[in-house]
Design a protein around this ligand. Structure first.
Ligand SMILES: Cc1cc2nc3c(=O)[nH]c(=O)nc-3n(C[C@H](O)[C@H](O)[C@H](O)COP(=O)(O)O)c2cc1C
Length: 363
């Protein structure tokens, strides 16, 4: 079968993201504006700090997720296998890239299949919001079964579609389509952005539409305004910097729903992950850093994950947090632009700075 437009587009995304600078140039995630209140006497053994947790009933040795990246070509298949092997070894979760290519061309299914190298990981299938109008729940369920996924990521990419020459410009009826799918699909649906973030208002609509988790995927990391501009130099340059910074998006989503929350978009270390969790996320994910470390195969990805895990543990040690539940109550000093944005949206930075006042007496 001839290559489809979807395959071509996915291949050029992969090559642009691997070779060019596709990150936000000025807008930051907000993590730089956030410091942990240092605890000089943690009363903890660093080696006993526990970062294990679970996600929809599956164990994770650390609260990390390799975000959806690819599928649909031989190269993509190789990357998926490296990512999956590392996820299995590190005990973390992983998302497959959009399954649209394999739904349009069944000969590509193998480029998404990773269960032979990653039998135990929490694995998410992936489909774009625009494809919900095209495929019914039965067809999506079949695509998930073909890759043995545990859950579905629906990605919301309005920014990317709006500036792509061939993009889908009609986002009417998305909420009712999600509602229909969540009521029919046998697996949990998690809604994700792709780098422009989710506000509290959208998070509430998603929750009401029956999603079982949210991935904030905010601004500050990979910019899809940038990727599409580099793919098509005629696109609008002014959207390179569009989106809700990740730190703000995490707090917005966490403030209105208690669904499992993944933080991604510019998470670049275990320290960023610790800050994301302290802001209210349950898990931290990233795409670009793992795509880059996959150049060294699964070993490169596993090394990156091990580094993140150690950094997370050290942050917990230095903030006096013995486990992930206590990290969520650690004290954060939020300043600069991020503090300004929090104030604009009615979020108290003093609240974050002065948490755990009662338990401090125990320290
Ligand atoms: C090369 C590449 C391909 C991506 N493809 C998908 C995709 O198919 N589906 C999806 O939901 N997100 C996709 N994403 C978005 C990521 O999952 C993530 O939301 C976003 O890149 C922000 O994370 P980051 O700053 O760590 O890269 C892709 C990201 C990259 C870098």
């Amino acid at each position: 079968m001839a290559k489809t437009a979807t395959q071509d587009r996915k291949s050029s995304h992969l090559s642009i993201c691997s070779k060019k600078n596709v990150e936000f140039r000025e807008k930051r995630t907000g993590f730089d504006d956030i410091d942990f209140m240092h605890c000089a006497l943690p009363e903890l053994d660093l080696d006993k700090i526990d970062v294990s947790c679970s996600i929809f009933g599956k164990k994770l040795s650390a609260p990390f997720l390799i975000e959806s990246i690819t599928g649909g070509s031989a190269e993509a298949g190789k990357i998926n296998r490296s990512l999956a092997e590392a996820a299995q070894q590190a005990g973390v979760a992983m998302g497959l890239g959009s399954q649209r290519a394999m739904m349009e061309n069944a000969s590509l299914i193998n480029t998404y299949r990773v269960r032979d190298v990653a039998p135990d990981i929490f694995l998410l299938g992936n489909i774009g919001i625009a494809q919900l109008l095209e495929y019914d729940a039965k067809r999506i369920q079949e695509a998930l079964e073909q890759v043995e996924a545990d859950a579905l990521f629906i990605h919301m990419n309005a920014l990317q579609e709006a500036i792509q020459p061939e993009g889908n410009r009609n986002f009417e009826k998305c909420i009712s389509s999600i509602e229909k799918l969540t009521s029919q699909l046998k697996l949990p649906v998690i809604a994700k952005e792709t780098g422009a973030g989710i506000s509290k208002e959208v998070a509430l609509s998603l929750k009401n539409a029956g999603v079982k988790g949210i991935d904030a995927a905010g601004a500050g990391g990979t910019s899809w305004g940038a990727v599409e501009l580099l793919r098509n130099p005629g696109a609008h340059e002014s959207f390179w910097e569009w989106g809700i910074p990740t730190a703000l998006s995490i707090v917005e989503v966490a403030s209105v729903c208690n669904l499992p929350l993944i933080a991604s978009g510019g998470v670049r270390s275990g320290i960023d992950a610790a800050k994301a969790i302290a802001l209210g996320a349950d898990y931290a994910g990233a795409a670009l850093p793992f795509l880059k470390s996959a150049e060294k195969g699964s070993k490169g990805v596993a090394e990156e994950l091990a580094k993140w895990k150690e950094q997370l543990k050290i942050c917990m040690f230095l903030s006096g947090s013995k486990n992930l539940a206590s990290l969520v109550n650690s004290q954060l000093l939020i300043t600069g632009k991020t503090a300004e944005l929090f104030k604009l949206r009615g979020i108290s930075t003093e609240g974050f700075a002065n948490r755990r006042e009662h338990s401090r007496a125990i320290l």
